[in-house]
Design a protein around this ligand. Structure first.
Ligand code: TUI
Length: 314
């Protein structure tokens, strides 16, 4: 398969792995890249040295291209931005804000910048600033999400910008992958399904929770704070949602409640107090597989769908 995304990134399949905080380390990214997709290391809320170690791990495990995701709400964004230019990482994706202040330096270093966006306005802004492509992420996704669904967002972004569009949010199998091509996307990003990849180092309790999830098992908290986050239902996430409706609880207290909750899920497997971020497709994720097999399965399913699509018209 050849799209502007496979050409731009030098990859076999137009499938990116989401840059999930506390999940997407150098080992997972290398496994995805070795499987023919684009693996992505999450810089998340960590400092530059922590990221440098993960980049070195990825480089020791693969010769294929991989990316780094910069979470723009991180207090370490400025130092991480410098490190990326030093390390000459081939691809940088960004999330949870506008990357434009950092883009001139990244572009100068020859890095391809592919921001995750959740609105037409932000897509136009990052393309003006030199983005090579954009990742249009719908609100079905896990983690920090926008309002608009993938189905509604992707064609609007495709109409608004000339760069290739990668769809994200709500994609776990070949049918969904094929569907986003019909919406105009030229690639797709998958997060939730890679949570259960064999090379993914999160706590087994997190994997089991995804494997057992049902369709209605996610909820979003944080709307009152202006950054909605989708996660699987736990006592913690239900309490946080309740607290948001309580006028006696301040925004500072809400932020305090959320702090460290993703770590408690991914590292400790704390089923009571953890934030098990996952998308609405969690229920479709039913078996642990090697990252390369996940990519192959999505791609094969997509190929079948796309080849069969003409049966609907004469
Ligand atoms: O960033 C993500 N997903 C994430 S980040 C994260 S860590 C976190 N934890 C708690 C609270 C907040 C963050 C967990 N999951 N996805 C990419 C994404 N970016 N989705 C939506 C956006 C986005 C939102 C607003 C991109 C740009 C944007 O611009 C706002 C503005 O106008 O500055």
């Amino acid at each position: 398969m050849k799209t502007r995304i496979t050409e731009l990134l030098g990859i076999e399949y137009p499938i990116l792995q989401g840059g999930m905080a506390w999940v997407a380390d150098g080992k997972l990214a290398a496994a995805v890249s070795n499987g023919g997709g684009l693996g992505i290391i999450a810089a998340m809320n960590a400092d530059a040295e922590t990221l440098r170690t993960q980049i070195q791990i990825a480089r020791s495990l693969t010769n294929k291209p991989f990316g780094v995701n910069v979470m723009l709400m991180s207090p370490f964004t400025a130092e991480v931005a410098v490190l990326l230019t030093e390390e000459k990482v081939p691809v940088v994706t960004t999330g949870a804000g506008s990357p434009t202040p950092y883009m001139p330096a990244w572009l100068e270093a020859g890095i391809r910048v592919i921001p995750v966006i959740a609105s037409v306005a932000m897509a136009k802004r990052v393309v003006r600033a030199g983005a090579s492509a954009v990742i249009a992420e719908g609100g079905e996704a896990g983690g920090h999400v926008g309002e608009i669904t993938t189905m509604a967002l992707v064609p609007q972004i495709c109409d608004a910008v000339d760069v290739p569009v990668i769809a994200a949010g709500g994609i776990a199998d070949g049918r969904q992958a094929a569907a986003v091509f019909m919406l105009g996307a030229e690639g797709l990003q998958v997060g939730t399904r890679f949570l259960v990849a064999e090379e993914c180092g999160i706590h087994q309790a997190y994997k089991d929770k995804v494997l057992k999830a049902k369709d209605i098992d996610t909820l979003t908290t944080g709307k009152r704070l202006g950054h909605p986050v989708r996660a699987l239902k736990t006592p913690f996430s239900r309490n946080l949602l309740q607290a948001e409706y309580n006028a006696d609880i301040s925004n500072e207290q809400l932020e305090e409640m959320g702090a460290g909750s993703l770590r408690r899920a991914a590292v400790d497997g704390d089923l009571q107090e953890g934030a098990f971020m996952a998308g609405q497709v969690a229920a479709m994720v039913t078996k642990e597989q090697a990252a390369a097999d996940i990519i192959r399965d999505i791609f094969d399913g997509m190929e079948t769908c796309l080849k069969g699509a003409s049966k609907w018209v004469e």
